[in-house]
Design a protein around this ligand. Structure first.
Ligand code: PLP
Ligand code: ZN
Length: 411
């Protein structure tokens, strides 16, 4: 059972059948999945969703697969927690944290897109999957292709964090480190994709991959008790996540699951790679590609595939775009850890520090219902903080040594 009607060009609106294609052959616009919302409205309700599995597959009718999910059956439904302590520091009374740093199985939001993409790749009959990645996608494609029993080739910039490299190799994939940045990797992959019948999850079957991101938005709304928040702050790389969160909210509104949405979607980037937020600040709707220089490697894409639509999403929703320095990123990571006990990666440091800026600028008000997107896990980017978190205190196995080291007397 599937409610997918086909694919449609986002620009010229030409229709295409549901095949492993991603660009319009007339205008080169990106293709998007089109659903039969009338059918979905009859088949799906808030109650039926709530009765579903505790994973992204509770929204299965809104995902682009035909059969049952075969890969990543436990992905998603990560915690949405109230950030009381962080809220106090930032001056917010109604702050929530959507915590995909504990997504199963590879600890980032990429498990959402990959489980949908590889389930679809199997439906299409592919034997080999591939991707161009900034790190988290590599981990997730490696894990899920292992689970699916498919061959995989994964392309990354050769200078990624060791946790991201080890966390890919462990699954027994073919990992290729390219001497260059992500944009070089991506260009190479487009060339390779034209020569091999492989499912490049974020290139050749990108429309299917992208819609997995919608579940991040669905979950926020459902976990808030079927309410859309006033603000969502989203880390931006290629811009897939940010546009799909917006699509998710609009779909729930269209299906009558929530009232009229007035959510502002804010883009968060590192100053060392901020093509999207720079365009938003300059009030233009085009991307000027940049060469990335930032510790936030997972979101360091200088020429984002969906950047134009990322800008559009922010503008249409009435949100804003901000960026933060590498020092602020580290501060953001430490702040989240020390207030809420959540160890996020550099991208999460970006989101936290951008939220702080947006509050200081008066764009987010004290009592606004605000959701911070935490999309990855700090254990994978230890290099970023290892020199700014204090040292291990080593003692002899004697109480006197302990008391001396911490300068504390007996009580
Ligand atoms: C990939 C990624 C993002 C954003 O990805 P988009 O390409 O914009 O969809 C955000 N956070 C983390 C940790 C990521 O790995
Ligand atoms: Zn077109």
């Amino acid at each position: 059972m599937s409610f997918v009607k086909g694919l449609q060009c986002k620009e010229c609106k030409r229709n295409y059948p549901k095949e492993p294609i991603h660009v319009c052959e007339f205008c080169f616009g990106p293709l998007e999945i089109v659903y039969d919302y009338e059918g979905i409205r009859e088949a799906v309700s808030r109650d039926s969703i709530e009765a579903g599995p505790r994973s992204i597959w509770r929204y299965r009718e809104l995902l682009p697969i035909d059969g049952e999910p075969t890969v990543g059956r436990h992905v998603g439904f990560t915690p949405l927690l109230k950030g009381v302590n962080l809220g106090k520091v930032l001056g917010l009374t109604n702050l929530y944290i959507k915590n995909d740093s504990v997504n199963h199985p590879t600890l980032s939001f990429k498990d959402r897109v990959v489980s949908v993409a590889i389930t679809k790749a199997k439906e299409f009959g592919y034997e080999t999957v591939a991707c161009a990645s900034t790190g988290n996608l590599a981990n997730s494609v490696a894990a899920h292709s292992a689970e699916a029993g498919l061959k995989s080739y994964i392309f990354i910039p050769s200078d990624l964090e060791s946790g991201k490299i080890l966390g890919t190799l462990i699954y027994g994939t073919n990992l290729v480190g390219v001497n260059g940045n992500y944009d070089d990797v991506n260009r190479l992959c487009s060339e390779i994709a034209a020569n091999y019948r492989w499912a490049f999850v974020n290139i050749t079957i990108r429309p299917y991959y992208g819609d997995g991101s919608k579940t991040f938005g669905y979950e926020i709304v459902e976990q808030l008790g079927w309410r859309a928040p006033d603000h969502i702050i989203v880390p931006v790389a290629g811009s897939s996540l940010i546009i799909k969160i917006w699509k998710a909210l609009k779909e729930f509104e269209h299906l009558g699951f929530i009232d009229r949405i007035k959510t502002k979607i804010h883009a968060a980037q590192a100053t060392g790679c901020s093509p999207v937020t720079t365009a938003i600040k300059n009030g233009v709707d085009f991307i000027k590609p940049v060469k990335p220089h930032t510790i936030a490697k997972s979101i360091a894409i200088g020429n984002p595939a969906d950047g134009y639509y990322g800008i559009k999403t922010v503008v249409e929703s009435g949100g804003y775009g901000e960026d933060v320095s590498d020092e602020e990123i580290v501060e953001g990571m430490k702040l989240l850890a020390r207030t809420e006990g959540i160890f996020t990666e550099t991208a999460g440091g970006v989101t936290v520090s951008v939220t702080k800026k947006l509050v200081e600028q008066g764009r987010i008000k004290r009592d606004d219902l605000t959701v911070i997107s935490i999309t990855g896990n700090g254990l994978k980017t230890q290099e970023a903080v290892e020199n700014s978190i204090g040292k291990l205190t080593v003692i002899e196995p004697r109480i006197a040594s302990f008391q001396k080291a911490f300068n504390i007397k007996e009580e």
